[in-house]
Design a binder for this molecule. Structure first.
Ligand SMILES: Nc1ncnc2c1ncn2[C@@H]1O[C@H](COP(=O)(O)OP(=O)(O)OP(=O)(O)O)[C@@H](O)[C@H]1O
Length: 385
């Protein structure tokens, strides 16, 4: 709890210092553009309410000695020449809240990830968003904003849209919708303090189909060169129709030092990534194959073998002969559904070519997506869903 407080307090402190300066000299809120959000508060994580309204009232700024104001004004003006200040909303999202609303929100710590901490921020105006606070992003402002533009342009129903971002020397924040059902990882494997929800075969197919479409779309961006770089179950959420929706587009290429630290142990990275740190669209396909294996087996990407030993899910599945797949590989919860064995085998075959160790032997994501569409089509009662 104190850790959580510490994170958020430092974040708020750093952002406020900068925003105070801005408002002091411009007598207005920083620039914003906006966010429709249909998300609700997830009450099962730690609550950390903060109210910073009084120390930040604009009248107190006016009480500073004029000489100090003048000095600070000069300083801030030079900073302003170099950068846009405040929360920047991605094109297409109109400003329905600003940085003040975020800083006054009730923050809930969701977890610490590869790139930093994630918070659920519930604002007084009823909007709830997820705030990602990036750690150790050693990147120029120009490059950061350019990358945010690229990420902001990736719009697809199976990709979680970046809604807004904030940049200062000390803080880099990203704002996303909050997905109240939690991630596919939480749905499949449960979360601390949360009950695991049972996912039937059709739900799992929808997750796979949606995620495949999202990744296939990502791979068409930036001249067909965009790489996600961190496909994993905790980055896949459910859209309004229950289809997989891919989050964290573009962060792995922004914060490469962070993911290389995690690459050995996660079970999601292709061999060429753990060996030569080389992310590519082919390595995204490998990671997607691991996600398919998770959906089929109900097991996490790394399995504990006892004695502190862990084995990758990919290696475990590969060690089982096809004749034993039904008895040993598939999630026992799925075996209660009738007439799905053939489909599970087809999905497993797709997963296994995705996790081929030679990158060139893996299929393109568009091909994977098409094959999964064919499998789900009879469930959706039409040819293409
Ligand atoms: N938009 C969101 N809505 C709901 N929960 C989210 C959202 N974004 C992240 N989370 C959850 O918050 C927690 C922390 O997320 P974060 O992305 O920082 O780390 P991660 O997914 O565990 O790892 P990584 O940083 O490698 O993706 C995870 O449990 C994740 O599923």
């Amino acid at each position: 709890m104190s850790n959580v407080y510490d994170h958020w307090e430092r974040l708020v402190g750093a952002v406020i210092r900068r925003e105070e300066l801005w408002r002091m000299f411009h007598d207005q809120s920083p620039s914003v553009s906006s966010i429709p959000s249909d998300c609700s508060l997830d009450s099962e994580v730690l609550d950390v309410p903060f109210d910073f309204s009084s120390p930040r009232s604009s009248s107190s700024y006016q009480q500073l000695p004029p000489s100090a104001v003048e000095n600070l004004q000069k300083k801030e003006k030079s900073a302003e020449e170099e950068e846009v200040s405040g929360l920047v909303f991605v094109q297409g999202f109109s400003p329905v809240f600003d940085l003040d609303d975020l800083l006054r929100s009730t923050a809930q710590f969701l977890g610490e990830g590869t790139f930093g901490s994630a918070y659920n921020a519930a604002m007084d105006n009823g909007i709830t968003v997820v705030l990602k606070r990036l750690n150790a992003v050693n990147i120029s402002e120009k490059k950061f904003r350019r990358q945010m533009e690229v990420i902001g342009n990736v719009r697809h129903e199976n990709v979680c849209a970046l809604k807004a971002y904030y940049f200062s020397k000390d803080e880099k924040l990203l704002v996303y919708d909050h997905y109240s059902n939690g991630s596919v990882s939480a749905l499949l494997h449960g979360n601390i303090g949360k009950k695991q929800i049972s996912l039937d075969w059709k739900s799992r197919l929808r997750i796979a189909v949606g995620a495949a479409r999202g990744i296939a779309y990502i791979h068409t961006q930036v001249g067909q060169n965009l790489v996600h770089g961190n496909i994993k179950a905790s980055n896949i959420f459910l859209n309004a129709y229950g289809y997989g929706c891919v989050s964290e587009v573009g962060l792995a290429t922004l914060v490469s030092s962070a993911w290389t630290r995690h690459s050995q142990s996660s079970g999601y990275y292709a061999p060429e990534v753990t060996e030569s740190k080389k992310l590519s669209q082919a390595s995204d396909i490998y990671s997607f194959g691991v996600l398919l294996l998770e959906l089929l087996t109900g097991k996490p990407s790394m399995l504990s073998e006892g004695n502190d030993k862990a084995i990758q899910l990919v290696s475990w599945v590969a060690s089982i002969a096809p004749a034993d797949w039904t008895a040993e590989v598939f999630d026992i919860e799925l075996l209660m559904y009738q007439n799905i064995e053939k489909e599970m085998v087809k999905v497993l075959q797709i997963a296994l070519i995705c996790v081929e160790s030679v990158p060139e032997h893996r299929p393109k994501m568009s091909e994977v997506s098409r094959r999964l569409d064919d499998i789900i089509a009879p469930h959706e009662g039409r040819g293409v869903v």
